[in-house]
Design a protein around this ligand. Sequence first.
Ligand code: SF4
Length: 217
Amino acid sequence: MDIASPLPAYEPPHDCPLCPRLAGFRDEQRSAHPDWYNAPVPIFGDPDAWLAIAGLAPGMQGANRTGRPFTGDHAGILFYETLTRHGLAVGSYEARPDDGLALDGAIIINSVRCLPPQNKPTPLEIRTCRQFLQPPLHALPNLRVVIALGEIAHQSAIKALGGKLPKYRFGHLAEHRLPSGLTLIDSYHCSRYNQNTGRLTAEMFDAVFLRAMEFKP
Ligand code: SF4
């Protein structure tokens, strides 16, 4: 199953070999689950987006299985509920990439496009995959604000947008003005773990998007 990207020029190849550990893990998943997507997960959303959401990496049962970010696992339920409430997602989220859901004004780009073992990419893998995060962020003509989901996405987005760490410290609802003029807003990741432990509540996640909506043109 091929998933169409709104920015096909910025997609890694289906068999991207640049991270050997992740390519090997991908091969294992292809053998174990031949009906899953098991490839770098493409960008999803509106090419005219004013809001970009930088995720971490595909979840095994979510994007790695279905091929669309945050689709099919627990994180996606809160994620798409929140986007829909703010008018950033239109249609009905049914946890399938062919459910017809579309984003309006928003786009999702993962910091690491391939499934990492235990959801933990290495620093080298994060750096290597930034070549598939930085160019599309710079190619979005109407971009005003970026939401980073978790500290890894925060660090990778800051670097992709020309900022220097550690000037910009991660914190839920922390807001950073970047040299390019863009604003970056941090959020705890909407992972099942963070929701189950109470680190991130639906209200806390909503507050991030409420703030981002103030940037809507
Ligand atoms: S994580 Fe990114 S750079 Fe690494 S293999 Fe996958 S697509 Fe390529």
